[in-house]
Design a protein around this ligand. Sequence first.
Ligand code: PHE
Length: 338
Amino acid sequence: MKERIEQLLEEVSAYKASKLDEVEQLRIKILGKKGELKELFSSFKTVASDQKKEVGLLLNKLRNKTEEKIVELTSSFAQKEDDGDSFLDLSLPISDDNLGSRHPLSIVKNEIIDIFSRIGYSISEGPEIEDDWHNFSALNFPKEHPARDMQDTFFIDKENALRTHTSSVQVRVMENSTPPIRTISPGRVFRNESISARAHCIFHQVEGLYIDKNVSFADLKQTLLYFAKEMFGDKTEIRLRPSYFPFTEPSAEVDVSCIICSGKGCNVCKHTGFLEILGCGMVDPNVLENCGIDSKVYTGFAFGMGVERIAMLKYQINDLRMFFENDVRFLNQFKSTI
Ligand code: PHE
């Protein structure tokens, strides 16, 4: 009997099953109602009493080993079946639940770039850490002149600061090329302002520059009207108000007819019918000369706008901080092909 049990133990430990059925067969053979164990237990009484202990232990061992084997084989099949259940059909279309969306500021920036590219403007970029010359001096801000206060600046040291506008990029373009120049400079700018619904210490600009022979204020007006209509719709009108910038003369601020009430007057435009969108002017001859361009031969215009401001108007967002919080519930609402 001992030999029979040992033989069965070996059989169990070597047992292999290629399907679940075969595991069941092992169970029936050893543990089943008419199985080996049952039979062995019933002939247990015939075992000599001095061997009963040893044989009894062996019988228990056979039962335990068989049970372990069954669990082991069954669980290996369960895993394989799981793999079958999660069968991946790679030809299925992807679910777009988790698709990201472009940031509204990028959408608007790309739209501005697109509008100006269509009339021949190139894109120029420059460093965010600028020296005094490119951010101020070349642009006609005299040293110690209070005009520098217009743009509260984050200074890094005496000579360098985080750029307060992307006009600095235009200085670089003028220094390094000969007219005609037609370029826009999108980028991040920095001003030491306290953060509120209407202001942030980091924001984005797109500034434009056009220099050639005989460029006039009329060209500037027409370019901006084209931009306003492309950006806010065909019925949009513009209004220019005299203003001051050290680097342009004359200078103006530009309003568009309110995109909410079309100029009739509402809360958004504070019942004026107009919304301010950018600053502009004819490039001051001093600036041209500072950048090595002959102001007797060439004239030009420049303009600059805040991307946040345009995006707030376009999407009717009344708190600028939303752009920086990156709450997906906000970001998900913007879909674009640009
Ligand atoms: N650089 C100005 C600003 O940051 C905008 C501007 C650009 C105004 C060009 C006039 C001409 O506010």
